[in-house]
Design a protein around this ligand. Structure first.
Ligand SMILES: CC(C)(COP(=O)(O)OP(=O)(O)OC[C@H]1O[C@@H](n2cnc3c(N)ncnc32)[C@H](O)[C@@H]1OP(=O)(O)O)[C@@H](O)C(=O)NCCC(=O)NCCS
Length: 178
């Protein structure tokens, strides 16, 4: 990887390359955590459509990390659905870094940049859900100052998976880690 990773909001035309990256990251991150049939059933066309919606939505903070021209990680944050966590105005809907590029500070900079972006939009808090067995991500969120507010289950294609909700309520402090 080049030493100077670039960070920016992707262009709408990048929806497909990001959808492919998203599926690859799912498979890397969730093998052994999410049932194989759920991962195998994930469709590129649905992911592309979801990426097009995210990139076209000015309320969403979308940032990708690039190694040269190639995106190798991304974060999507934005308004929180009411059912997610009552007190939180914002949520991180997705945060992924390719395994080949992990532990180089990209996740930290993506999360901190999203905090900056959400603050700039008048937000005060970011919540997120993580699968209980995703120990790598949980160690990362703890290192970044996240606080567990509840545990429960997340339904993915009809499979109930244990999860934990983390909250970041000092976005100014988080933003300084960018
Ligand atoms: C979670 C994730 C985004 C972290 O990104 P990353 O770029 O590897 O993390 P960083 O290099 O910025 O790590 C920052 C700090 O978090 C902690 N951390 C990160 N990964 C860790 C791990 N595997 N084990 C323990 N601590 C970890 C460390 O304190 C690290 O600082 P250090 O490297 O100086 O010790 C990345 O592991 C990932 O994409 N995982 C797969 C997808 C996923 O699970 N996403 C979350 C879905 S909710």
């Amino acid at each position: 990887m080049s030493t100077a990773a670039g960070f920016r909001r992707p262009a709408l035309e990048e929806a497909e390359v990001l959808a492919r990256l998203h599926l690859r990251c799912w498979r890397e991150a969730y093998a052994g955590i999410v049932p194989e049939e759920v991962l195998a059933a994930a469709e590129l066309s649905q992911r592309v459509a979801a990426w097009q919606r995210s990139l076209a939505d000015p309320q969403r903070v979308v940032i990708a990390a690039y190694d040269g021209p190639e995106p190798v990680g991304f974060i999507i944050a934005g308004p929180s659905p009411e059912t997610f966590l009552e007190a939180a105005d914002g949520q991180v809907a997705a945060l992924y870094v390719l395994a080949s590029h992990q532990r180089r500070g990209l996740g930290r900079r993506l999360l901190a940049s999203a905090a900056q972006g959400w603050l700039a939009q008048g937000g005060t808090m970011l919540a997120l859900g993580v699968l209980a067995d995703n120990h790598r991500a949980r160690a990362f969120y703890q290192a970044m100052g996240g606080r567990i507010v509840r545990t429960g289950t997340y339904s993915w294609e009809g499979h109930e998976l244990a999860d934990a909700i983390y909250v970041f309520d000092n976005l100014a402090e988080l933003a300084r880690l960018a």
